[in-house]
Design a protein around this ligand. Structure first.
Ligand code: ATP
Length: 271
């Protein structure tokens, strides 16, 4: 918590009450902090007065039903959208509205729900191109060291046997692993993972969860976004639940599971 809260009652990131009051966060409350975030699209308020903090080396679940505002929030903190209001801090520095390439350089990487590999390049080349600073000028001249590092990253995510396959030859879980390797190639401190479990079989959910846990053990902080709680609550340390663009609840998986407001928001859904 900041020593001088900006407004309202303070609950702060340490609060375990699963039904938060109005909160105010400051730059030192976590590795990534958003305070009173707001995003409007024309007349539509997609995110309103939304505050949260990500603690170093935790796996935070970012949960909410379809249309709740998860992607919009995600896009506001990774520099894809400029917030209409509020403040974002990363590693203590204010980064509100900074473009995505600056956020990547600062150590904040993300995966995309819809994979976007280069379809005519091999798995290892896709990762190598994410390693080099300006891929456009490096297409024809990948150097040995780059390839070697790319191969290591492929191995790290479980693609050691797929280095020379084309992305389209990979199963869905393989494409997710490739997406993770491309994000890791930017050497992040914090990785936001967008809907990793969508389209995965139960056994794959477990294997990807293991990989995410291992990445955390190696020092990474992770935020995992999903509307579906299947698999997620057993992976994460803590969750923030968003609904109608505002925070609905925050707490441990157990607190989230037992929270009546969350249950209502997911009525008929998959809690
Ligand atoms: N670029 C945009 N222009 C206009 N409205 C948008 C835009 N992006 C999102 N919205 C609206 O903002 C609200 C929040 O959408 P958002 O995509 O952030 O939700 P979400 O929680 O990520 O949903 P999902 O789980 O379906 O991906 C929705 O009402 C959506 O229609």
């Amino acid at each position: 918590m900041s020593s001088e809260p900006e407004q309202g009652t303070t609950a702060g990131p340490d609060a375990t009450d699963a039904t938060p009051q109005t909160e105010s966060y400051g730059p030192d409350d976590g590795i990534l902090v958003a305070n009173n975030l707001r995003k409007e699209f024309g007349g539509l308020v997609a995110v309103e007065d939304f505050s949260f903090a990500v603690e170093e080396q935790e796996i935070l679940g970012f949960i909410g039903p379809n249309g709740a505002g998860k992607s919009t929030t995600f896009n506001c903190v990774t520099g894809f959208y400029e917030p209409t209001g509020g403040t974002v801090w990363y590693q203590g520095e204010e980064v509100t509205g900074k473009p995505s390439y600056e956020m990547v350089n600062a150590g904040l990487a993300r995966t995309f729900q819809h994979f976007r590999p280069l379809h005519d390049r091999s798995v290892v080349d896709n990762v190598a191109l994410a390693l080099v600073e300006d891929s456009l000028f490096s297409f024809s001249g990948l150097r040995g060291g780059t390839k070697e590092r790319a191969a290591q990253l492929c191995e790290r995510v479980g693609l050691a046997d797929d280095l020379h396959r084309l992305p389209d030859e990979l199963p869905h879980a393989g494409l997710l692993r490739l997406e993770l390797a491309r994000a890791l190639a930017t050497d992040p401190t914090l990785l936001l993972v967008d809907e990793p479990f969508a389209g995965l079989a139960g056994s794959e959910v477990e294997r990807i969860s293991t990989l995410i846990r291992e990445l955390r053990e190696e020092g990474l902080t992770l935020v995992v976004v999903d509307h579906n709680m299947r698999g997620l609550l057993s992976l994460i340390d803590r969750a923030v639940v968003i609904n109608f663009g505002s925070k609905l609840a925050e707490g441990t998986p157990e607190e989230i599971r037992n929270n009546e407001e969350v249950q209502r928001a997911y009525l008929g859904g998959d809690l």
